[in-house]
Ligand binder design. Structure first.
Ligand code: AMP
Length: 288
């Protein structure tokens, strides 16, 4: 074994994980990266941040049926357990927690948590019940893992806002650490769903980061009204006939509150459907 390499242990049930978790001395910080598997470089960037900041790193892999809007979407969600474990090994993760549904939700009927107001609109409107499923599972995982810091990708901007609200209410001792979006070379935000795009859809999808990037550049040249920039993004995306726009909005940093006159760190958020694949992305208005 190389110097500095960690042995990664796979836990597939709640009790073995619990025993391991209890063995971690209290003064050691535990970094937690919750995932649904199908790991890619975006997930790895979260793991690397956790490794850099915490003594022990736990990655969970759990495809949470509660946050899917259709059975088909849940069933076809990619499951690549062996590769995922290998990726975690290479990233020196200490523990991979891949529980069964009965470990996370032992009860017959699951009572869903109600997400905060930030869950309304956008993803919350297009995917009814999605954020209730997200906060319910993340709360359960937080109880099981008891992390010091939990890492979430800003690619899922609204999810970060909703989880921040849930954590400040139910888990005030857990620090929520938002992490930057990892992108492919052509700008497309990495996502487990990108594999469902046809080659032509994959090409069209790059119009999204490109249009959002152009909006940020325009803001840098002095265009400050969100309406003007949103219209510009719509015009750019409309050049790709295969793109179906779900929403485009500018919100205040850290919240879902729409803004008219854009200030630094406000965020342009968007969702599109290409080839039947729903993609989301966002960018911050930062000075060039
Ligand atoms: P998922 O497995 O899709 O639930 O994602 C697990 C975590 O990885 C979430 O916090 C996501 O926001 C984050 N994530 C997904 N894609 C990316 C990306 N391209 N860059 C950074 N983080 C990401």
């Amino acid at each position: 074994m190389d110097r500095g390499q960690t042995m990664t242990t796979l836990f597939t049930n709640r009790s073995s994980f619990h025993t391991w978790r209890k063995s971690i001395p209290e003064h050691r910080t535990v970094g937690f990266v919750p995932t649904m598997g199908a790991l890619h470089a975006g997930h790895v960037s979260l793991i690397e941040q956790a490794k850099a900041e915490c003594d022990v790193v736990v990655v969970s892999i759990y495809v949470n049926a509660l946050q899917f809007n259709s059975e088909t979407d849940f069933t076809r969600y990619p499951r690549t357990e062996e590769t995922d474990f290998h990726i975690c090994t290479l990233a020196n993760v200490d523990a991979v927690f891949a529980p069964l549904k009965s470990d996370v939700f032992p009860e017959d009927v699951v009572e869903l948590l109600t997400p905060s107001k930030n869950a309304q609109g956008y993803e919350g409107a297009d995917r009814p019940g999605h954020f209730a499923g997200v906060v319910t599972v993340v709360d359960r995982l937080f109880n099981l893992v008891q992390p010091s810091v939990a890492y979430f990708g800003l690619k899922d901007y609204q999810q970060v806002a909703v989880i921040n609200d849930m954590a400040s209410q139910l888990h005030p001792n857990i620090v929520i650490s938002p992490c930057i979006t990892m992108r492919e070379n052509d700008g497309l935000a990495m996502s487990s769903r990108n594999r469902f795009l046809t080659p032509s859809g994959r090409k069209s999808a790059t119009a999204l980061p490109s249009a959002l990037g152009k909006a940020v550049s325009s803001w840098n040249t002095g265009v400050t009204q969100s309406k003007e920039l949103i219209d510009q993004v719509i015009a750019d995306l409309s050049k790709e006939p295969s793109i179906d726009i779900q929403y485009i909005s500018v919100v205040r940093n850290g919240s879902m509150e729409p803004v008219q006159a854009i200030s630094e760190n406000d965020v342009i958020i968007a969702a599109i459907v290409v080839d039947g694949v729903r993609l989301i992305d966002n960018m911050s208005f930062t000075n060039a």
